[in-house]
Design a protein around this ligand. Structure first.
Ligand code: KG4
Ligand code: ZN
Length: 336
């Protein structure tokens, strides 16, 4: 089964071909960073316009580079939410139209389900059941995953997502947009013990997160320390965020009794997070999986994969053509 995946929920335009039997065939990602950089964040209207400009030519390029053609496609998977409404509509309109013209099913994929399943693009792939830490720019969630579509939310952020905290902190430090990777890079030159920022909500039971307070602590440190302290502040902030995620993951695994931990979403590209989780997993007999860097952040390979798994499991394609800018992951059900 060959599935075309389309991702356009935010500021990446991406397309992919995933084969149920052979795995990922080909994929392309175009980042709009340059479009939004001068504004210090994503401008929704500009994002939509750029998706319109790029998406159809990218599908053509994808098929040509993969020596494939439209007639070989068995289904079209597109991101239907959560995300920016206008941006989602571009991908949904193209995905639905292509599927309709081919007489093939169109599958509306949940962006975070895509992230959650992205580690399945790797070898060895994690096996179900597993506990997932989903860390992106919009979400911080701990999820018990029994199977595709069988998700139990264990905990989530009550305010800023951890990626958002990285981005806002980076902005405070004058590191520009997108801030997360820039902050992580600067942190490599700093001492993570230089400042003791709090590990929010770890002093009480539960699996929820709160990251908004950290940026206030960082703002105070910047004011007191000045420019020469930036690397130390970045490293100490990163360590506080990673420690907090680690503590909650350990708690979640104690609850689920799963032997596999999956890290996914943009922040799972963070090297310090991967290192800390990996070392802990090795010492505690927990298999830790995460996608390669380009599949941590937004991509269409994960959307094509999720769509393919749903179609293979007997997803009944609905006539619901809505996009859902807000769409709780827990609304999803098992396909079939
Ligand atoms: O999953 P994603 O590409 O988009 C959303 O669905 O939100 O995640 C983007 C987020 C941004 O907040 C970005 O700063 C963060 O992931 N990010 C990182 C790193 N790479 C991306 N945060 C920390 N360290 C990184 N290396
Ligand atoms: Zn994402």
């Amino acid at each position: 089964m060959l599935v075309l995946g389309i991702e356009s929920s935010c500021d990446e335009t991406a397309v992919a071909l995933y084969c149920g039997e052979r795995g990922l065939v080909h994929h392309l990602i175009y980042s709009q960073t340059e479009v939004h950089q001068q504004y210090g964040g994503v401008v929704p209207e500009l994002a939509s316009r750029d998706h319109v400009r790029k998406l159809a030519p990218m599908v053509e390029q994808l098929l040509a580079e993969a020596n494939s053609n439209m007639a070989q496609i068995d289904g079209v998977a597109y991101t239907a939410g959560p995300g920016l409404a206008g941006a989602l509509m571009i991908g949904a309109a193209l995905g639905r139209a292509l599927a309709w013209s081919l007489g093939k099913p169109a599958v509306a994929v949940h962006h975070m389900e895509g992230h959650l399943l992205a580690p399945l693009l790797e070898t060895p792939a994690p096996t179900f059941p597993f506990t997932a830490l989903l860390v992106s720019g919009g979400h911080t969630m701990l999820v018990a995953v029994e199977a595709v579509g069988d998700y139990q939310l264990l905990g989530e952020s009550l305010d800023d997502a951890v990626g958002e905290a990285f981005d806002k902190t980076a902005k405070l430090m004058g590191l520009g947009y997108p801030g997360g990777p820039a902050l992580a890079k600067l942190a490599e030159q700093g001492d993570p013990q230089a400042y003791r920022f709090s590990r929010p909500m770890t002093d009480r039971p539960g699996l929820d997160f709160s990251f908004s307070g950290l940026k206030t602590q960082v703002a105070n440190a910047i004011r007191a320390g000045g420019q020469s302290e930036m690397a130390n502040i970045a490293a100490s902030f990163e360590q506080a965020a990673v420690d907090t995620l680690m503590i909650k993951c350990r708690r979640a695994l104690a609850l689920t009794k799963h032997a596999t931990l999956v890290l996914a979403g943009g922040v799972s590209a963070n090297r310090q997070l991967r290192r800390v989780m990996g070392e802990w997993g090795q010492a505690n007999n927990v298999a830790v999986h995460y996608p390669r860097g380009e599949f941590c952040t937004d991509n269409a390979a994960m959307i094509a994969l999720a769509g393919c798994l749903r179609l293979q499991a007997g997803e009944v394609v609905s006539s619901n053509w809505r996009v859902q800018p807000r769409w709780p992951l827990t609304d999803l059900t098992k396909p079939g």
